[in-house]
Design a protein around this ligand. Structure first.
Ligand code: M6R
Length: 600
């Protein structure tokens, strides 16, 4: 969703800010803006609707680069996508400039109480925040006090990341955060603030992680941090272990294709991390397994693709570790908590580690005193920090909005965790090595899926994915992949449900993809494929080697049946990718979506 970058004391601020915004583009946004200044107070505020490239053109044409500045990509919440609503927002007297991530729930009440008579030019909650700072400053407060006072008035539920510049002290950045990621980047040639470290790696790899309630004052050569109680604190920087090339798409036309192709390597990396050379499990602290063993039920909580990965993981925890497991959608669990068992253990699955719905559940669960583990791709994220335990899923930076390698990585790490708690009954390490080889084999045949996608989906309005058992779980993910980027309305569901309603939607030529990898129900699923075909559907079957028949669209290499989701999802990812290309859409940046959903 929204992204923040800021720099000070860098000599030439604009290039850093624009590169930063470009690196944040993947998170989803609909307008962008930059405020530039220098020690003399010369300044410029430039905003644009749409892509960062448009903002870059406008900013370069302006010709001022500054030595400090703040910039933002906005994903509209309060107010339409307009230049007025884009950030930075400014105070009426042009003294304060502010960028903001999050939502100020009580901004209307604050306007009525404190800003009577102030003319607001935007529809945003952010403008209210910056006008409040200005008001308190005019009342005689110093800038840090006015900033602090504004924050103290925010509704307790408001998650926020703020970055403020005072024109009267132009190279100083005022920073505050709660439940919204914000890091301070430090270097000998200037300092930075960013909501995503990857956006500032051209300046530094050293970052200080701010905690909830922190406020920081960042100058060209100093960083001072105050905790929620207002006490000055020392927080050590960490070095970001990231290869700048990992965040580039190299020769690939889209990140999504690169990330689909990376899945074989990801599978190998995960195995190398969690198994030693003799095949023994490693990297999962005893405290994690001991605490889980004490639980009488696991609750997997997640959203979107991560939720779908949880549906597969449930099978491993139940079948191998013999622990009853429930999988819940975070946004539902947060406000309608089901009856819990006596000794629950929570597992949060998240690519970003910042999903607001999941964070809400983790907060609730912590208050109730239950233990929690986060499996996340982005370590040092809120969900990893705030859970009792965290394990990395090791997919590497995932930039495309549509999650691909994070899904397979989450399934893999759940399998490994379940194996550490019980017994899969086969050599998991060896089988995962085979999985990696076969993922590679499928991605090597990507051209087959290009043809399938173009033939079946180019001009379609709707499509279906069906399966049974684990294939039904994968069908949900397959359908999400296709619909979110191609805008083809796609339903994924348990094939047995067809006759209970959905089959009435089948028309001549309706594409119905069937995932067929589970032997127990293969006969039934074949029957369902025949039933939709008899009603005119264009059936496309992806079947595992052991179950394949003539006429199937693609034969998936055979691995242990419980691990087949790791292979069955790949054709679905490639079909979604190629269908989207065929329809002339932006694969990596589907409309209305954000990579990391940091508001509820
Ligand atoms: O970062 P998270 O895994 O917590 O995000 C949850 C969902 O927003 C995410 O999985 C989303 O559904 C995917 N980007 C869709 O491809």
């Amino acid at each position: 969703m929204c992204g923040i970058v800021g720099v000070t004391g860098v000599g030439d601020a604009l290039p850093y800010l624009l590169q930063g915004l470009q690196k944040l583009e993947y998170r989803g946004y609909d307008s962008a803006g930059v405020y530039l200044t220098d020690a003399s107070g010369k300044n410029a505020l430039i905003k644009e609707k749409g892509r960062v490239s448009k903002l870059a053109e406008k900013a370069k044409a302006h010709g001022f680069s500054g030595t400090a500045g703040i910039a933002h990509t906005r994903w509209a919440t309060h107010g339409n996508v307009t230049i007025e609503n884009a950030h930075p927002q400014k105070s009426a007297d042009d003294r304060f400039f502010l960028v903001h991530n999050g939502v100020i729930e009580n901004y209307k009440e604050l306007t009525e109480t404190y800003l009577q008579g102030v003319h607001l030019v935007s529809e945003t909650d952010t403008e209210v925040a910056v006008q409040l700072v200005d008001k308190f400053s005019k009342d005689g407060m110093s800038t840090p006090d006015a900033f602090r006072k504004m924050i103290s008035l925010l509704d307790g539920n408001s998650a926020y990341g703020f970055l403020l510049v005072d024109h009267e002290d132009p190279e100083t950045l005022y920073v505050a955060k709660k439940k919204s990621p914000l890091l301070v980047g430090v270097s000998d040639h200037g300092n930075a603030v960013t909501s995503d470290a990857a956006a500032m790696i051209d300046l530094t790899k050293e970052f200080i992680e701010l905690r909830d309630g922190d406020m920081a004052i960042v100058k060209p050569k100093s960083v001072v941090i105050y905790d929620a109680a207002g006490e000055e604190v020392n927080r050590e920087p960490f070095t970001l272990e990231i290869d700048p090339e990992d965040t580039d798409k190299g020769a690939y036309p889209y990140y999504m294709l690169k990330e689909i192709d990376e899945q074989a390597v990801v599978a190998r990396n995960i195995s190398a991390h969690y198994f030693d050379e003799d095949g023994n499990l490693q990297g999962i602290p005893c405290a994690v397994t001991d605490t889980i063993q004490e639980a009488d039920r696991l609750y997997i909580v997640a959203a979107g693709t991560s939720y779908h990965a949880g549906l597969v993981g449930k099978r491993y925890f139940e079948q191998w570790a013999k622990i009853p497991t429930e999988v819940h959608i975070a946004s539902e669990f947060a406000y309608d908590q089901p009856m819990l068992s006596e000794k629950p253990f929570f597992i949060f699955l998240s690519q970003s580690g910042e999903t607001a719905d999941s964070r809400e559940v983790l907060d609730n669960v912590k208050k109730q005193g239950y233990p929690a583990l986060t499996l996340a791709n982005v370590m040092n994220s809120t969900l990893t920090r705030e859970a009792d335990f965290a394990l990395p899923v090791l997919a590497g930076p995932e930039i495309a909005v549509a999650s691909t390698k994070a899904y397979t990585a989450q399934v893999l790490v759940q399998a490994i965790l379940a194996a550490s708690l019980g017994n899969p009954g086969f050599d998991l390490k060896a089988e995962l090595a085979k999985v990696a080889v076969e993922i590679q084999a499928i991605t090597d045949e990507k051209e087959s899926f290009k043809k399938i996608a173009e033939d079946a989906l180019k001009d379609q309005h709707s499509a279906f994915y069906i399966g049974r058992g684990l294939d039904a779980a994968v069908a949900l993910e397959a359908a999400l992949k296709l619909k979110e980027i191609s805008y083809i309305q796609t339903e994924g569901f348990a094939a047995g449900e067809l006759k209970h309603g959905t089959i009435s939607l089948i028309e001549e030529g309706t594409p119905v993809f069937a995932l067929l990898t589970q032997s127990k129900t293969a006969g039934l699923l074949r029957g369902e494929v025949a039933q939709v075909a008899a009603r005119g559907a264009n059936t496309i079957v992806f079947a595992s080697e052991d179950l394949a028949k003539e006429g199937d669209a693609f034969v998936l290499p055979q691995v242990n049946e419980l691990l087949m989701p790791l292979l069955a999802v790949i054709p679905a990812q490639l079909v979604a990718y190629y269908a989207t290309l065929a329809r002339g859409l932006d694969v990596d940046r589907p409309r209305n979506l954000a990579k990391s959903v940091t508001v509820q």
